[in-house]
Every structure is written in structure tokens, then in C-alpha cells.
Design a protein around this ligand. Structure first.
Ligand SMILES: Cc1ncc(COP(=O)(O)O)c(C=O)c1O
Length: 378
């Protein structure tokens, strides 16, 4: 007997398959219309059935954040993999082993020191690594500014050092701080223009730069044109979450991940229902705290997935969560949400919440709950 939402042990991470598929189709159609190749970032799900659905919809290759992800997806038959975290020299033997086994692994750098280490190791082992240069287009994190002289130094260290300069890559992660269509469109254009400019500078210096790879979910969904871009990456769009809802790129009805939980007690005078999903289930991510609407640790929905307006997971201990109503406390919460009631909580950050669970439960429209394994670690 397959479990149902009524019988599954809680807490459990539920993926609404119809919503996920809708999100996949929305992004893929947008990328097709903009004429670019789409390379999803799979760190969001770390789950093969999710990635299979992305590839089936038209994605070409994947982006990963750890070499363990590369190992897992390569073992499942995915060969075109971009490892989009700056390369640390001690990981080069692992990257080499993957390439020797037939994985078309691309790696990333944003410094002369790292580029030289890659070239040195590559030459010593007879491997021309495919290397992307990370570009900083919004001051958010790592990367080289498009106009920085270091860009050409890194390009030369790789190219003259015998490596294959595969292209430039940027991720405008500051898009998470925005919440208007105008600001998102402006940042998407800044991301595009900065990365294209970096590619032009490399080419003008007679260095190869075939790939121009950009992307975050908010900018991918806000770009008006992608002239000069060859590839877009996005990750969290596949499940969406409350942070993305606050940014303005999805509705709560698009959020495909929720945590199934059971009411296990009440504090009537406080208007609290206690549930068995604390931060071990939701994660400690409070990404909505600084946004236009703070959802605490998550938005409360009925077991069927309908949002209960005003009810949030306002507190989280390790295994206990506190459900309460915003504004005036619900004095009758024990009547409205009696012991044993099952609820679903929409997460602030889908990647962080998913990472709390060893598997997802994939909810299909007929109510079936298939087990979808996800993996952990580095
Ligand atoms: C290098 C890189 N590319 C793409 C992404 C995908 O961003 P998002 O999850 O906003 O789509 C990330 C996410 O952090 C990233 O680090």
C-alpha cells in the first residue's frame, strides 16, 4: 500500500508534481522564446526525477554546486555538467577523474592564482580542462568585474597554459533583494550586458570565449532580451518558494514544495498550535525576514494545499513548530486546527528545506505519493 497524505509519517517533504511541471515548462518555454540554451542548476533538488523532468522538457546539460552532485548525475547518465563554484586546487584530481570517465565537466575560476593552478595540474596530467571565468555583474559575491584588467590575465593564464577557455559565467544573486518588475528587468539587463562585455574583451584580446552563461531565477524570468548570451542557468524556479513569491516572480500557487506536518498540541491562551515540523524540517532559513512580507518559518496551508491566509509557522524549535495567526491571535485555534490535523507548510527557501530530508514524496494528481531520493553531502 502506497502512503497517502493522510497516512504518510510526518514531517515529510512533498513535491506537487503538476506544479513542478508547470514551473519547468514556464522556464523552458521562456528560454526557447529568447533563443538560448537552458542549463538548470540542480542544487535546488539534488534529485534525479526532478532533473529528468527538466531535461525531458528541453534543458541541455546541468549546473552543479558540488562534485558529489556531478558524480551522482553522471552516474545517472548526464554527461554535460558545469561545476559553478570556484575551483579549489585540492578538487582537481576529482575533476580529472570525472573527465577521464567521460564526463564533460566544466570548471570555474576567478583568479590568476587559481587559473595557474588549474593549468599546472592540467598540463602535468595531460588534461586540457574546460574552464569558465566567473564575472561579477552586481557586486553580490565572487567574480571579476567586466572591465577589470585581471580578466585578461586569467584568460591568458588558462589559454596560454594549455587549457580550454570555455567562456564567461555570471550569477546576479542580488536579484533576491528586489521586488519590482522594473528593478528586476534593469538587473537582468545589467547581468546580460556585463557578461557580454566580458566576453567581448576576451575576444578582442584574441582569447576564445564561446559560452556566455548568465542567470538566477528572478533575472531569468525578467530579461527582455538576451543578445550575446548563449546559455541561462536557474535553479529554484523548479520548486519556487516564499522568497521568490516576495520577489514577485511566482504566486503561492506555483510553490511546488511543502512540508507535511501534524498538529500535536496547543497553547490556547497564546493562540498557538504546535506541529511536528520545527527547523529540522523547515531549515533555519529566514529569507523572508527582510522582504516585503515576513512569513516566519513558512506559510500554513491545508493538507490539500490551500493557503490558510494569515496563519504562519511563527516559531521553530528543533522538532516543534508553532503555528499562529498574524495580528490577532486565534483564541479558538484548538477548534480550528484540532490535534491530529495535517497541514502543509510552504518554505521560505526550497533549496534549504529540501536539504533537511533524505527523500521527497512526489504527489501526483491522483494522490499517489512516490518516493524520490535526494542526496546529501559534498
Ligand atoms: C552560479 C549559480 N548559478 C545559478 C544559480 C541559480 O540561481 P537561482 O536558484 O536563483 O535560480 C545559482 C544559485 O545560487 C548559482 O550559484
Amino acid at each position: 500500500m502506497h502512503p497517502t497524505l493522510d497516512t504518510l509519517d510526518t514531517p515529510a517533504a512533498i513535491i506537487d508534481v503538476a506544479r513542478m511541471q508547470h514551473n519547468i515548462d514556464r522556464m523552458q518555454q521562456r528560454m526557447n522564446a529568447l533563443g538560448v540554451r537552458f542549463r538548470p542548476h540542480v542544487k535546488t533538488s539534488k534529485c534525479m526525477p526532478v532533473v529528468r523532468a527538466q531535461l525531458d522538457a528541453g534543458a541541455q546539460g546541468i549546473t552543479v554546486s558540488t562534485l558529489l552532485e556531478a558524480e551522482h548525475f553522471f552516474a545517472e547518465g548526464v554527461t554535460d555538467i558545469l561545476y559553478a563554484v570556484g575551483m579549489a586546487a585540492h578538487r582537481l584530481p576529482h575533476a580529472l577523474a570525472l573527465r577521464r570517465r567521460g564526463c564533460h565537466l566544466k570548471i570555474l575560476t576567478d583568479s590568476v592564482a587559481s587559473a595557474e593552478a588549474i593549468a599546472k595540474f592540467g598540463r602535468a596530467s595531460g588534461e586540457a580542462f574546460e574552464v569558465m571565468i566567473e564575472i561579477d555583474t552586481d557586486g553580490h559575491r565572487s567574480g571579476i568585474a567586466p572591465e577589470d584588467a585581471v580578466l585578461l590575465e586569467v584568460g591568458r593564464a588558462l589559454h596560454d597554459g594549455g587549457m580550454r577557455l570555455a567562456g564567461v559565467l555570471t550569477h546576479a544573486g542580488s536579484s533576491y533583494e528586489l521586488d519590482t518588475a522594473e528593478a528586476l528587468a534593469a538587473l537582468a539587463e545589467q547581468e546580460r550586458a556585463g557578461c557580454v562585455r566580458a566576453a567581448e574583451r576576451l575576444r578582442a584580446a584574441h582569447l576564445p570565449c564561446p559560452v556566455v552563461s548568465i542567470g538566477s531565477t528572478p533575472t531569468a524570468l525578467s530579461a527582455a532580451t538576451l543578445d550575446g548570451v548563449t546559455e541561462v542557468r536557474a535553479g529554484v524556479y523548479v520548486l519556487f518558494d516564499l522568497v521568490m513569491h516576495n520577489v514577485g516572480v511566482c504566486t503561492t500557487d506555483d510553490i511546488a514544495l511543502s512540508v507535511l506536518t501534524t498538529v500535536i498540541g496547543h497553547q490556547n491562551t497564546k493562540g498557538w498550535a504546535i506541529v511536528d515540523a520545527g527547523w529540522m524540517a523547515m531549515s533555519r532559513d529566514r529569507g523572508t525576514q527582510k522582504q516585503r512580507r515576513d512569513y516566519g518559518y513558512g506559510q500554513v496551508c491545508t493538507m490539500a494545499g490551500t493557503v490558510l491566509p494569515g496563519y504562519v509557522l511563527s516559531g521553530a524549535n528543533q522538532e516543534h513548530g508553532i503555528v499562529s495567526r498574524e495580528g490577532e491571535p486565534d483564541a479558538d485555534i484548538a477548534m480550528h486546527l484540532p490535534i491530529g490535523t495535517r497541514l502543509r507548510i510552504l518554505p521560505n527557501h526550497a533549496c534549504a528545506t529540501g536539504a533537511q530530508f533524505p527523500e521527497y514524496r512526489a504527489l501526483s494528481e491522483d494522490g499517489e505519493l512516490a518516493a524520490w531520493a535526494r542526496f546529501h553531502g559534498w
